[in-house]
Design a protein around this ligand. Structure first.
Ligand SMILES: C[S@@+](CC[C@H](N)C(=O)[O-])C[C@H]1O[C@@H](n2cnc3c(N)ncnc32)[C@H](O)[C@@H]1O
Length: 247
């Protein structure tokens, strides 16, 4: 990502609806799909941990470890008080086989920093213990690719069939695969398409501060979606979300 994007993320992710909504989704998936372990704590790894807010959530469930290839990311995670951090690429993960119970890969696989997403998924599969889960979110629908994606150095956006095929190809059993950010999709897709055809002078991500009232409303909508996702896979949305298990 552009340097400015890490700072922006660090500044807004505590309260911004998009990040809070994503954390609600991860918390719901964790409580429902994380494996039960006996006699030790759950080991959770956030690959592409960004500025560390998700690590705070993971640390509530066990031993949380963060990994990112960006020096800026590691600095911001340290500023949040985290020490269990590795500066490493998802393409060369420095962890032992079967040493982790839960891996989060949240809006990372689509990044230009990943040249072979299939190889990354195979590595993640290897380092998960049997029964372990991968919780994944990523951006959906290639036709929405635009200035936001360029600013966050996105290589592509994913289709559901493509993602399922890649997860299964790495050996995973896909337990959930659907969309997220569904209710706001018509509005957000309109803005993204407008920006695609009428770009500004500088590519910028859509991560901007919004008024408190709107922020609260959008977050409530996402929380409602999370409660729906507990029961059904939503048919479209800005993001894809998946839970895949090593069997
Ligand atoms: C859009 S941010 C998402 C951050 C965080 N996962 C979240 O959901 O808030 C993408 C993150 O992936 C990291 N990243 C991209 N390519 C990577 C790679 N090959 N190895 C490790 N981290 C990578 C970036 O540095 C950035 O922190």
């Amino acid at each position: 990502m552009e340097s400015a994007e890490y700072r922006k993320m660090y500044q807004v992710e505590d309260r911004h609806w998009w990040f809070r909504g994503k954390r609600s989704l991860v918390a719901a998936f964790l409580s429902r799909y994380a494996p039960q372990v006996r006699g030790r704590r759950l080991r959770l790894l956030d690959i592409g941990c960004g500025t560390g807010k998700v690590l705070e959530l993971l640390a509530e469930s066990g031993e949380a470890l963060g990994c990112d290839f960006s020096a800026e990311s590691i600095l911001f995670c340290r500023a949040r008080g985290f020490r269990r951090l590795a500066r490493a690429s998802a393409e060369r993960l420095p962890f032992r086989r079967e040493s982790v119970d839960v891996v989060c890969l949240l809006d990372v696989l689509y990044h230009q920093g990943i040249s072979d997403d299939r190889a990354v998924l195979r590595q993640v599969y290897d380092l998960l213990a049997p029964g372990g889960v991968l919780i994944l979110t990523d951006s959906a629908f290639q036709f929405l690719y635009g200035p936001h994606d360029r600013a966050v150095h996105a290589r592509q956006r994913y289709g559901r069939t493509e993602l399922r095929e890649k997860l299964e190809g790495a050996g995973f059993r896909v337990e959930r695969l659907g969309f997220f950010n569904c209710i706001l999709f018509p509005l957000a897709a309109t803005v993204r398409l407008w920006q695609r055809f009428f770009p500004g002078e500088v590519d910028q991500s859509s991560v901007t501060d919004v008024r408190e009232g709107l922020n609260r409303l959008f977050f409530m909508l996402l929380r409602w979606e999370v409660s729906l996702i507990g029961r059904i896979d939503l048919p479209f949305g800005l993001s894809l979300c998946a839970v895949a298990r090593k069997i």
